[in-house]
Design a protein around this ligand. Structure first.
Ligand code: DGJ
Length: 470
């Protein structure tokens, strides 16, 4: 292994020591006050958290999911030699943390690569399942569809279609060569949005490319030379249409827009309606969240990724309205994944380090438009490096598990910047409940949020008896 990855890990760890001591030093008094005041003022919220925890932990299969599983991956000492390709790339980039990570995965001789990107022989999927291995998730392994091909649905999200009682997984179909641009991020030509259907969330049938790239017209948003990322689909009960929103960009990420497409059926084809800068603002990583009352919201990174914007869509879900709130201003968050539990809104976000992983944060709000409070890093288990890199992955969606309130599937992408088509999926249990999180941001009206935890597992499965269908 080149020494770069070791340096990467060292910098992550030393960086975190600084920030933790800073936070402790500056806010220790506030935390004590907060702890005391929240115990007096927010008993209801605390009780609610305890109830959720009890319900989940009483279910025997949730014991398994909430077990803290540790990792003891040994990092070999540095060889002190860099590949010449990696060295050239390194000179062109500016952020040392990203350099270290990308160098490792651009290095053909990397020994760690096979741990985080195990080969085809370890793939999971219906055709590979021995009897007793069925229904287990193996985060990071190649995931095969019912035809035996690797699933191509990166940066994706899931729609549960009540009409057909079927789950649909949409994502970036990236099965093409990766180009390493001199200036911008590594990229793959647009091929389109892949769609897969499932009744059990483990066995996925390829429904094809439901929104395809434009091959010839270079001025079209979907021309293959552009960027299409993070597609999300919601169903509009009033119009009966399936509406897809996605990040649309040029190869250098300067267009920073959102695109909209529409279909009569969940498995497409979707008609592309066009793109815009929502609220007249840059829009890069984004997601859509449909609330219980049928209102849908767009959440996107804006202002050079310095802040997130959130606002309701029009009734037909085809446009934004004039309402928009700026959140996490100056905090540089992206990859938003929003979910709701017992009337509280939660969000997982990542930092902004291109295809390299970084630390996830969990946030909570009583109203979807804010104020949003940051709770902290939700990653549990693995080891310190795993937790500081979101298990070497980046959030994309959080899916509620019907029938088990407070339990969700955290969906993330483990990007492979050397070969983006070989990026992996990490699905892990996310549980809301248990001891309340200490807030990092302080206000006098602060509610005591329930803890949000993403549990690392090398292997796990949904609770038995979970039918998957509402
Ligand atoms: C991070 C984003 O989350 C991804 O969707 C993608 O845009 C990469 N950056 C590109 O570097």
């Amino acid at each position: 292994m080149s020494g770069n990855f070791v340096h990467f890990i060292y910098r992550v760890l030393s960086g975190s020591r600084c920030s933790i001591s800073g936070v402790v030093g500056s806010f220790i008094g506030c935390l004590i006050l907060l702890h005391l005041s929240s115990n007096f003022n927010h008993k209801d919220e605390g009780d609610r958290g305890v109830q959720v925890q009890l319900r989940l932990t009483h279910h025997p299969q949730f014991h398994e999911l909430q077990e803290v599983e540790e990792e003891n991956i040994k990092i070999p000492p540095p060889k002190g030699k860099r590949s010449s390709r990696a060295a050239k790339q390194r000179r062109r980039r500016t952020n040392p943390l990203i350099d270290e990570f990308l160098d490792e995965f651009l290095d053909e001789n990397s020994q760690l690569k096979h741990i985080f990107f195990p080969g085809r022989k370890w793939a999971m999927g219906p055709l590979k399942d021995a009897q007793n291995e069925s229904y287990y998730y193996y985060p990071g392994r190649i995931w095969l569809d019912t035809d035996g091909n690797p699933i191509q649905a990166h940066g994706g999200g899931i729609l549960y279609d009540k009409n057909s009682r079927t789950y649909y997984w949409y994502g970036e179909y990236k099965d093409g060569p990766t180009y390493h641009n001199k200036k911008g991020a590594a990229r793959v030509d647009i091929i389109g949005v892949g769609c897969y259907s499932s009744k059990d969330l483990r066995t996925w049938k390829n429904e094809g490319i439901v929104l395809a790239a434009e091959e010839t017209n270079e001025t079209h948003d979907l021309h293959k030379s552009n960027v299409l990322e993070r597609p999300k689909v919601v169903y509009n009960d009033k119009t009966g249409k399936y509406v897809m929103w996605m990040h649309i960009d040029d190869a250098n990420y300067t267009k920073a827009a959102t695109g909209v497409a529409i279909s009569d059926t969940p498995n497409g084809p979707f008609d592309y309606l066009g793109s815009q800068r929502p609220h007249g603002c840059e829009s890069r990583d984004m997601t859509i969240f449909k609330d219980d009352d049928g209102t849908a919201y767009i959440i996107y990174s804006s202002e050079h990724n310095n802040e997130l914007h959130i606002g309701p869509l029009t009734e037909d879900y085809l446009n934004v309205t004039s309402v928009m709130r700026r959140i996490f201003v100056g905090q540089r968050r992206e990859a938003p994944a929003l979910f709701k539990h017992q009337g509280t809104y939660y969000m997982i976000t990542s930092g902004c380090t291109g295809w390299a992983p970084n630390e996830a944060l969990a946030h909570a709000a009583e109203s979807i438009l804010g104020p949003w409070e940051t709770m902290g890093n939700p990653s549990m288990g693995g080891n310190k490096v795993f937790r500081l890199t979101t298990f070497f992955a980046q959030s994309t969606f959080v899916l509620p598990l019907p029938g088990f309130p407070g339990s969700f599937i955290f969906m993330a992408d483990r990007w492979n910047p050397a070969d983006l088509r070989d990026s992996r999926y990490l699905w892990l249990p996310l549980i809301v409940g248990g001891p309340a999180d200490q807030p990092l941001e302080y206000t006098f009206e602060f509610p005591l949020w329930s803890r949000v935890t993403i549990y690392w597992h090398r292997k796990w499965r949904l609770p038995q008896g979970w039918t998957g269908l509402k």
